[in-house]
Design a protein around this ligand. Structure first.
Ligand code: 6GU
Length: 223
């Protein structure tokens, strides 16, 4: 998989890719992530990438021309499966969307900023608009990092234990069951006996029940 991220703030976006699972995925060449500073595609002497909105109103809008130049250049190099615009008015990201996007080969992710991008960018290029929840961030960069993490960890070979993404919360529209590690008793609180029993079919059944119970209690909307 290859991901190209277009942003006015690459420095805000880079560090999540320099640690832990994402770093290892890149080192293992399971994914390539490229950052494109929109300012490098601006025209004119002032490297301008944003401007006031027509009709008046507070807040700047990212201009169509630099984004067009950047996307068009990328599209000359390869075909993209999706051009995704990160925006709070997009469709809320779900595990299903993450699963679907993890199967794609080449993605462009465009990070909004200020009041967002000129509507013509969305009309001309964008194939999908994604939000990470009903609250507003200062820009699409942190949302893009969240989105990338959600898809990269699903790529084959990224997680050590290949099955572990399958038991994640949300993978069956259920929350994950409780987990424990040593010691088996801490300050008088014991790990549920069944987990120490070695009876794996029984343990599996217990986990399913716990997952269902937790989901009923905390997220009945998922059922
Ligand atoms: Cl994708 N962008 C911004 N700016 N705010 C958000 C978001 C995205 N998703 C939730 N809030």
């Amino acid at each position: 998989m290859r991901i190209d991220i277009i942003t006015v703030l690459p420095e805000l976006l880079k560090s999540p890719f320099e640690a832990s699972i994402l770093k290892r995925a890149i080192e293992k060449k399971l994914v390539e992530v490229h950052f494109h500073n929109l300012r490098d595609y601006s025209t004119g002497n002032y490297k301008q990438v944003d401007d006031y909105q027509f009709g008046g109103g507070a807040g700047m809008v990212l201009m169509v021309e630099p984004i067009d130049k950047c996307i068009s250049q990328l599209q000359q190099e390869r075909e993209y499966d999706e051009i995704i615009y990160m925006t709070p008015d997009g469709a809320t990201l779900s595990q299903g969307t993450a699963n679907e996007m993890s199967l794609k080969k080449n993605l462009i992710i465009l990070c909004g900023h200020y009041k967002g991008v000129d509507q013509r960018v969305r009309d001309m290029f964008v194939t999908r608009e994604i939000s990470i929840g009903d609250y507003v961030l200062s820009g699409g960069e942190l949302a893009a990092a969240v989105f990338c993490d959600a898809i990269i960890r699903l790529l084959p070979g990224v997680l050590n234990d290949e099955t572990s993404a399958l038991t994640d919360t949300f993978q069956d529209n259920l929350l994950a069951p409780p987990v424990y590690t040593r010691p088996s008793e801490y300050k008088g609180i014991k790990v549920p006996e069944i987990l120490l029993s070695g009876d794996f079919p029984k343990i599996e059944k217990w986990r399913e029940e716990q997952a269902l119970e937790r989901t009923k209690k905390r997220r009945p909307d998922l059922l």
